[in-house]
Design a protein around this ligand. Structure first.
Ligand code: IPM
Ligand code: MG
Length: 364
């Protein structure tokens, strides 16, 4: 029997997190009302808000809540008021703690341009119009988690900062397998991005990805150095289909790729593990515009679509949400980050309402 009861842990987080999450939950509610599906939503604290309440960015209760849920929906974490804290108290540790604790090692960042937003891209229309890239970023290894790490004083009395870039072959293999599987559902081109001309971690990365590739003769595997990839993303982004890369390179390249689409406020992401998954917009907490009801909730709304697709096997409903977003853009509604002079400028809440209205129409 198809499951129709899902437990979702929601962490709205900091900055614009609560505002965009409110709109995302509006959309989820419509799906549950119309499809006879019960989403049991439990909200928890993670990030700076958790630090303010409990003195830690990821309280045990929050981690437990995430662990016993079918999926986690996250807004954004971070803000200037927490930047001077010791690194283990910083809001970002909540996100990294959730990723590590949930074992979600595959971060999927789809980069697509909505036809209606082509003009909002800083690049020329002919360069961005056919973009359809899936960035598969490894999420639980690399310098993000490698040890030793820290800051210390050397014998000469001078401070030293240390981080360790490390990958085991098993970590590389499992992300490579995911990437090949995803490439199989798309145009069957997989590009692995590394810095194998300089780094041993990358040398191993390239070897293991190539070995895994032997089991996927139907997928065309190629390799590129990360600096070249950064350039090619601007020069000719439509050459890319699926990109698989390590944690740090993926962090940087996905922000760059996101901007091709006009606004980082448009892009959702899915982080998948063996058992559970976490969904969040790619953008951060944008403290400068928080509380003003002007943030773009579309990435959060599209993250809900990804959750329905990847965690709850509801591709139809996911597609309807994406359609409702496209429809709303077609009608000319824009938040300020994607605004153009001849369009209708609306607030965060209004954007949520417009998408909700279109979704209702599509569902009925
Ligand atoms: C991201 C963010 C995070 C990362 C930060 C907030 C820890 O930049 O999800 O891309 O570096 O992974
Ligand atoms: Mg990032």
């Amino acid at each position: 029997m198809k499951k129709n009861n899902f437990k979702i842990a929601v962490f709205a987080g900091d900055g614009i997190g609560p505002e965009i999450m409110k709109e995302a939950l509006k959309i989820l509610k419509i799906i549950s009302e119309n499809k006879n599906i019960n989403f049991k939503i439990n909200e928890g604290l993670a990030g700076g808000c958790a630090y303010d309440h409990f003195g830690v960015p990821l309280p045990d209760d929050s981690m437990e809540l995430a662990l016993k849920s079918d999926a986690v929906l996250l807004g954004a974490v971070g803000g200037p008021q927490w930047e001077s804290l010791d690194y283990k108290f910083r809001p970002e540790r909540a996100l990294l703690g959730l990723r590590g604790g949930l074992g979600i090692f595959a971060n999927l960042r789809p980069v697509v341009v909505f036809e209606e937003l082509l003009e909002a891209s800083p690049l020329k229309r002919n360069i961005v119009q056919n973009i359809d890239i899936m960035i598969v970023r490894e999420l639980t290894g690399d310098v993000y988690f490698g040890k030793p790490r820290g800051m210390k004083k050397g014998k000469d009395g001078k401070r030293k900062g240390v981080n360790t870039m490390v990958y085991s072959e098993d970590e590389i293999r499992r992300i490579a397998v995911r990437a090949f599987e995803i490439a199989r559902t798309r145009k069957k081109n997989l590009l692995s991005v590394d810095k194998a001309n300089v780094l041993e971690t990358s040398e191993l990365w390239r070897k293991v990805v190539t070995e895994v590739g032997r089991k996927y003769p139907d997928i065309k595997l190629s390799h590129m150095y990360v600096d070249n990839c950064a350039m090619q993303l601007i020069r000719n982004p439509s050459q890319f289909d699926v990109i698989v890369t390590s944690n740090l390179f993926g962090d940087i390249l996905s922000d760059e790729a996101a901007m091709l689409t006009g606004s980082i406020g448009m892009l959702p992401s899915a982080s998948l593990g063996e058992k559970t998954a976490l969904y969040e917009p790619i953008h951060g907490s944008a403290p400068d515009i928080a509380g003003k009801n002007i943030a773009n909730p579309l990435a959060a709304i599209l993250s809900v679509a990804l959750m329905l697709r990847y965690s709850f096997s509801m591709p139809l409903e996911a597609g309807l949400i994406e359609k409702a977003v496209a429809q709303t853009l077609k009608e000319g509604f824009r938040t300020q980050d994607i605004y153009q002079p001849d369009k209708k400028l609306i607030s965060t809440e209004e954007m949520g309402d417009k998408v909700a209205k279109n979704l209702r129409k599509l569902i009925s």
